[in-house]
Design a protein around this ligand. Structure first.
Ligand code: B3K
Ligand code: ZN
Length: 852
């Protein structure tokens, strides 16, 4: 397969300033007529090459005349042109209902919709499908009025009317030049929850969240989040919305979370639909985050787009940083930071340590869809956050103002963004740019030593080798740190921001009156792994006294991790320090419950595994369960008190109420872990009595992990109640796939044959296959059956939907982290995938790179 390299970038041979599209919509056969006004870029004699994927031209015209001499080259249309400017018209026919890849124009539950990022537009019409070709779009759609009463596209509605034979039409114009990956249209039997927003300059924008009629009652939360996002972007970044309408459509079949098409976002319905009965607090939060993310793309992505796909993090890293800051402002910033770091460690750190590691700005790819990764998104966001930390909020804002002003209406690069940071921030980011070029998670060791009333802090950094990058240069690491007195608990001086730039560096603290304890990487100021010489007592101390909530959480996690890693290694069960630290946190009246709940949860099986040279899934599981049991037993009264103290009379969606539900489900988990006789009944009563999905699913998970007969009862009651709600059925599959029971592998294999299971819907595929493959103990069952099952499913899914199949492949690629037997079994499955006839380039790239 063909490798695309960043260094090969060349400006396009032809521009397309205008395009008019005419769709005659029909699920079985849609006619697409495109008229492109093209202009030659520079002095060259190369023909116009229009990307096409699976298209057959029915007609090709140049300047109104049937064209001569065009040809097809690997699906692309090559049209020789004589002059500097022409109008090129093409006509093709496509079949949306047969499009199982969900890329291009496709059908989802009777709705016709599009997904074009990254390279889906070429499945709709012939076009230079690259993000640096910006065009003004005019779109006309004709469709059967009864089946598709609503016709939407980008920009503003211009006209609509009736046609022949029960058909009708609509025309939309988008005044903002955009790359074709931002094109969208939707046709369907939809209704809208509408609202309006007055912008900072006093314009009224009509907002619409479009869904099928039965879902209308579940759209208020998304609409409210949209309004909050619009106001937030004005206040925090000075960014105003620029069209008269902003529409969002929810569809059930979607490869990703959502898509920021100009003025017409298309969403996976799981990130729109919510009511207390069907959505958890986690879902509510995710909806607000994704709505904000897609909205923020209007500036960071649409007004300023990417020059080429290697610059993807320019829009994604920055936009994730923006949505994280937005969500932090809606509730507890500390809890939000904890959640984001937990997510980074769960998905990005393993990626950076494995065969698919790549820089935030990659150098090459086979299939760009494989690069919508945690590295591009989440590490990319951390890189922006570090620049925010280095510049400070005021200069950072000046720098983003400069960036938006200078590059508005263009396709820019990561380098353009960093240059604005340097210019407006008055800082030199030369060495900092390594964050864009070097893959791998940096490691920092921090050793604090006392001598003669002085403390000497030695910092050392290293970046591990990653595929294609064996030698690494030192990075710029912004480390926030502070010392605390071990006896008094008092801060010894202010927090400092240290920029570690060398391999090694030393800091000396003088005139210390007591033994200091080091608090470092506060707020997770750098996305690195920190190793310190702090003792269990130091960590317990910080978990009770640090004044940075993230550092406090981190100290507790490190204490738990050290304890667990030691017991995996030696089988030891010295749990006293963790129990006392958890007791302190749990009973500290000054802490909010959402924070407490995060702090007392043990690190996951896989995060414990990430600390070990060779992952032993069974030993990790045993060690973690033993600690959970001891915590549950030793603090039985405290868990009961936390549980009883957080019962609500009725559902409310507020930070305080969310915190109460969170601690309640964590407490229930520990009560069950203690082996208390009444735990299953307690969970079952919560399950049946709950007035919201958070409590119901929390109870169901607890039961699903256990052996009680109430487990079956709850699972089948849940299924019966929600059998017609796809998003909730996903939870039913997922809960079972994540179960800690011994028989999870068999249960999951049986569920794959359940009538409600299908690979055709990406959410459903992810709810079973995706969830199972992150259940470390179940997936890595010594029999190797977990690997075989996942590989079978991925081979089947690849035939339908390569993008979603390839996304689910990385867990199979982590074979180097496991013992020889498991490793060989995993490799055998990867080899089987690579050898599959007709395998997509998506899955080929992921599987073959994972074998190296
Ligand atoms: N920009 C889209 C990405 C969809 C691409 C899937 N291959 C979603 C987002 O990041 O907002
Ligand atoms: Zn995005």
């Amino acid at each position: 397969p063909h490798v695309i390299r960043r260094e090969d970038y060349r400006a396009p041979d032809w521009w397309v300033p205008e395009i008019a599209l005419d769709f005659d919509l029909d699920p079985a056969a849609t006619r697409v007529r495109a008229a492109l006004s093209v202009t030659r870029n520079g002095d060259h004699a190369r023909p116009l090459v229009l990307d096409g994927d699976g298209l057959t031209p029915l007609s090709v015209k140049v300047d109104g005349v049937e064209a001569q001499g065009w040809s097809l080259n690997g699906g692309n249309l090559v049209v020789p042109l004589g002059g500097g400017a022409h109008v090129v018209e093409t006509e093709v026919e496509i079949a949306p209902e047969r499009n199982t890849q969900l890329e291009g124009l496709y059908a989802s539950g009777g709705i016709l919709c599009t997904q074009c990022e990254a390279e889906g537009f070429r499945r709709i019409t012939f076009f230079p499908d690259r993000p640096d070709v910006l065009s003004r779009y005019k779109v006309r759609m004709t469709a059967d009025k009864a089946r598709f009463p609503v016709l939407l596209a980008n920009g503003d509605p211009i006209a609509q009317g009736e046609g022949e034979g029960g058909r009708h039409w609509a025309e939309w114009h988008d005044p903002f030049p955009k790359p074709c990956y931002l094109f969208a249209l939707v046709a369907g039997d939809l209704v809208a929850n509408t609202g309006s927003f007055r912008t900072m300059s006093g314009r009224d924008v009509q907002l619409g969240i479009w869904v099928r009629q039965p879902d209308l009652a579940k759209t208020d939360h998304a609409l409210a989040a949209l309004k909050l996002s619009m106001a937030w972007d004005e206040k925090v970044y000075g960014r105003e919305y620029d069209l008269d309408v902003f529409n969002i459509v929810a569809v059930d079949d979607f490869n990703f979370g959502a898509m920021e098409n100009k003025g017409l976002n298309v969403f996976n319905s799981r990130y729109i639909l919510a009511d207390p009965d069907t959505a958890t607090d986690y879902d509510y939060d995710a909806i607000a985050t994704v709505v904000a993310h897609e909205y923020f793309h209007n500036w960071s992505g649409n007004r300023i787009t990417c020059r080429d796909w290697f610059q993807l993090s320019l829009k994604e890293g920055f936009t994730v940083f923006r949505d994280q800051s937005f969500s932090a402002d809606q509730g507890s910033a500390a809890v939000k930071r904890i959640e984001d770091v937990r997510g980074l460690r769960a998905s990005q750190f393993p990626e950076d340590a494995g065969p698919l590691a790549h820089p935030v700005r990659p150098d090459e790819y086979i299939e760009i869809s494989n690069f919508y990764t945690a590295t591009i998104y989440n590490k990319g966001a951390e890189v922006i956050r570090m620049m925010h930390t280095i510049l400070g909020p005021t200069k950072f804002r000046e720098a983003t103002d400069l960036y938006f002003e200078r590059f508005d209406g263009t396709a820019a690069t990561c380098e353009d963004f960093v240059a604005c940071m340097e210019e407006a921030g008055g800082v030199d980011l030369e060495q900092f740019r390594r964050w864009y070029t070097q893959a791998g998670t940096p490691r920092v060791s921090a050793d604090l030593a006392m001598d003669n009333g002085k403390a000497r802090l030695t910092l050392r950094q290293s970046v591990p080798a990653t595929p294609g990058q064996s030698v690494k240069e030192p990075m710029v690491l912004p480390l926030k740190l502070k010392l605390f007195g071990a006896e008094t608990g008092r801060a010894m001086g202010d927090e400092q921001l240290v920029l570690l730039k060398e391999d090694t560096s030393e800091l000396v603290f003088e005139n210390l009156t007591e033994q200091p304890v080091l608090s470092i990487n506060r707020g997770f100021s750098a996305p690195v792994v920190v190793e310190t010489n702090r003792t269990a007592a130091d960590l317990a101390f910080l978990s009770a006294h640090d004044d940075d909530p993230f550092a406090r959480y981190e100290a507790m996690q490190q204490l738990m991790l050290d304890t667990l890693v030691a017991s995996v290694a030696s089988g030891g069960t010295d749990h006293g320090a963790v129990i006392e630290a958890v007791r302190n946190t749990l009973t500290d009246p000054a802490l909010d419950r959402a924070f407490i709940a995060e702090a007392v949860v043990l690190p996951s099986d896989s995060f414990i595994g990430d600390q070990m040279a060779v992952v032993d899934p069974d030993a990790i599981f045993r060690a973690r369960e033993a600690l959970r049991r001891d915590l549950g037993t030793a603090l039985g009264d405290q868990w009961r008190a936390a549980y009883e103290g957080s019962i609500a009379n009725r559902f409310e969606y507020s930070p305080a109420a969310k915190g109460a539900r969170r601690i309640r489900s964590v407490a229930l988990g520990y009560i069950a872990a203690s082996g208390a006789q009444d735990a299953p009944q307690l969970a079952f009563d919560q399950f049946t009595g709950a007035d919201n999905m958070t409590d119901r699913q929390g109870a169901l998970s607890t039961l699903a992990n256990g052996q009680s007969p109430l487990r079956e009862q709850a699972l089948s009651a849940f299924y019966d109640r929600y059998r017609s709600n796809g998003l909730v059925l996903d939870k039913w599959f997922q809960t079972q796939a994540l179960s800690s029971r011994d028989d999870t592998g068999e249960v999951v294999r049986a569920l794959a044959a359940h009538p409600a299971f299908t690979l055709a819907n990406p959410n459903r595929a992810r709810s079973l296959i995706g969830a199972f493959s992150v259940n470390q103990r179940a997936f890595h069952h010594a029999s190797g059956e977990g690997y075989r099952f996942v590989a079978d499913q991925l081979i089947a899914l690849d035939k339908l939907n390569p993008q979603t199949a390839a996304k689910l492949l990385p867990p199979l690629g982590r074979w180097k982290r496991f013992d020889a037997r498991r490793g060989a079994a995993m490799r055998a499955e990867l080899e089987r995938i690579v050898a599959t006839p007709g395998l997509s380039k998506d899955s080929f790239e992921q599987a073959s790179k994972s074998l190296d």
